[in-house]
Write a protein that binds this ligand. Structure first.
Ligand code: NAD
Length: 497
């Protein structure tokens, strides 16, 4: 059985841990690899290597660091297909969806290529007589990233290209459910010329996360995952004196106004609700049609589309949706569907019991559609993270806005309409970090930043883009003058200009 190694000091190093996690092919249910869950001592070794690499890497000119990123970008392009296959083998998403994830990660590398410009500080001449002042942004040291299963290539790339280009050294702890794609990508960064020790990958579970949060030499932690763990990581990491950004779960609503083009809205909901089997933090899991007529038309448009979803393994290039990631997750999603029925929602399309011929052991669930969901139901309040779309009928636009603003999560949201006034007011008033206007999955491009509001994020910085540069650097401001500008005599008053 293939055993996945750590990557420390630029070399693959097998873990000595006796604790193992099985890795499955979710399309078949077969175990395909074994992941040793590293020990705290192995993390210590990785941090020591990263700490030793930091001074020289921080001193390397930003232009040279950027050149490594340019080569990395080329290698990602050349290897996109191989990375996508590694993603699908353990995650289960379709090949084209995996290629999309590689592309969106690569775009953060493109952003990081601009690091000489991004690190440029500010300069003010004559802030006082013969006194000049400038500020620049300096790297923090060794920083860490802890990532979820659902984007095993893209989410690590949200973090370390920016951190490393800014001069930091990085420890990555990928998801223990699908760790291989992160390894393929990290090795490509070394192929691009990264000096040994600047990026290290240490696999593991809660034990390694806790060791990261407690480690004195780790200055900052980026986390992406579910809200309970994000909240824990933020509280524990900040209590240990670290800078932490922790992005959590979501319940993304899409409002469908009476004037929306119903076919286009339904198509958008199919991709946003069922793409990647709903395992996206920006998946739309609640549709909010305004008015009974809109709701009836929406259900009429959606139901046949959901029934005819093409579900299959990633090797089937016609498939629109793959399996869920693990058997436990499949059971969890099925339990949510049971709860929706028990709590009185109308099950329009039932995905439970879906079986694919030849893949009976796979973790497949069919597309599921609920109508007449209300805001007290468990399937509305909690994140399901599966191909389950709830339709919650609202009487008015104001009611929809109130509903969304009252939800605990505030990651993304969207409105489909032809009414510019409604769209503008929605973008202004809605309490979510990312808003789409006739765009169902408004994931910001790499040169903006990604982040939700409310319990979808803990910490003050969104991830990647300009916010990423701020997170991974600290500002230093220098005030200087030269002997000609210094007047003789001591001054005891607080300096003013
Ligand atoms: P998860 O919270 O279970 O795991 C995320 C990371 O935390 C993994 O590396 C895991 O090893 C670690 N972890 C798990 N349990 C832990 C514990 N008890 N203590 C310490 N560390 C622990 O999340 P997941 O199931 O891998 O990913 C799905 C979740 O991630 C969803 O909630 C989804 O919305 C969220 N997500 C959010 C974003 C975003 O940008 N907001 C993006 C992607 C995914």
């Amino acid at each position: 059985m293939d055993k996945i190694a750590n990557l420390i000091g630029g070399k693959k190093q097998p873990s000595a841990s006796a604790r193992m996690a099985p890795i499955f092919n979710p399309a078949t249910g077969e175990q395909i690899a074994e992941l040793p869950l590293s020990t705290a001592a192995e993390l210590d070794a990785a941090v020591a290597v990263a700490k030793a690499a930091f001074p020289a890497w921080a001193e390397t000119t930003p232009l040279k660091r950027a050149r490594v990123m340019f080569r990395f970008k080329d290698l990602l392009e050349q290897n996109a297909d191989r990375i996508a296959r590694a993603i699908s083998a353990e995650h289960g998403k379709t090949h084209d969806d995996a290629l999309g994830e590689v592309q969106r990660g690569l775009e953060v590398v493109e952003f990081a290529c601009g690091i000489p410009h991004l690190l440029k500080g500010e300069y003010s001449k004559n802030v006082g007589p013969s006194i000049d002042s400038y500020s620049d942004r300096q790297p923090l040291g060794v920083v860490a990233g802890i990532t979820p299963f659902n984007f095993p290539c893209m989410v690590p790339l949200w973090m370390y290209p920016v951190a490393i280009a800014a001069g930091n050294c990085f420890i990555l702890k990928p998801s223990e459910k699908d760790p291989s794609a992160a390894m393929v990508v990290a090795e490509l960064l070394y192929e691009a010329g990264l000096p040994a020790g600047v990026l290290n990958v240490v696999h593991g579970d809660k034990e390694i996360v806790d060791a990261i949060l407690a480690h004195r030499d780790i200055k900052a932690v980026s986390f992406v995952g579910s809200t309970p763990i994000a909240s824990y990581v933020y509280a524990t990491g900040t209590a240990a004196g670290k800078r932490v950004q922790a992005l959590g779960g979501a319940k993304n609503h899409m409002v469908i106004m009476p004037d929306a083009d119903m076919d286009k809205a339904a198509d958008a909901l199919m991709g946003a609700g069922y793409g990647s089997a709903g395992e996206r933090c920006m998946a739309v899991s609640v549709a909010v049609p305004i008015g009974g007529k809109t709701a009836d038309a929406l259900i009429e448009a959606l139901a046949p589309r959901v029934r005819s979803l093409k579900i299959g393994p990633a090797t089937d290039r016609e498939a629109e949706m793959g399996p869920l990631v693990t058997k436990q997750h499949l059971d969890k999603v099925a339990t949510y569907i049971d709860k929706g029925v028990a709590e009185g929602a109308k099950l329009v399309v039932d995905g439970r019991g879906f079986k694919l011929q030849g893949y009976e052991g796979g973790y497949f669930v069919g597309g599921t559609l609920f109508d007449h969901v209300d805001k007290e139901m468990t399937i509305y309040r909690e994140e399901i993270f599966g191909p389950v779309l709830s339709v919650l009928r609202a009487g008015t636009y104001d009611e929809a806005v109130e509903l969304i603003n009252a939800h605990e999560f505030g990651n993304g949201t969207a409105i489909f309409t032809r009414d510019g006034d409604a769209a503008r007011s929605f973008a202004d008033k809605i309490e979510a970090g990312m808003v789409g206007i006739n765009v169902p999955i408004p994931v910001p491009v790499a040169y903006h930043s990604f982040g939700g509001w409310k319990r979808s994020i803990f910490g003050d910085h969104a991830i990647y883009g300009p916010e990423g540069v701020r997170f991974y650097t600290r500002i230093k401001t220098v005030t200087s003058r030269w002997p000609d500008g210094i007047k003789s005599g001591a001054v005891f008053n607080f300096p003013t200009m």
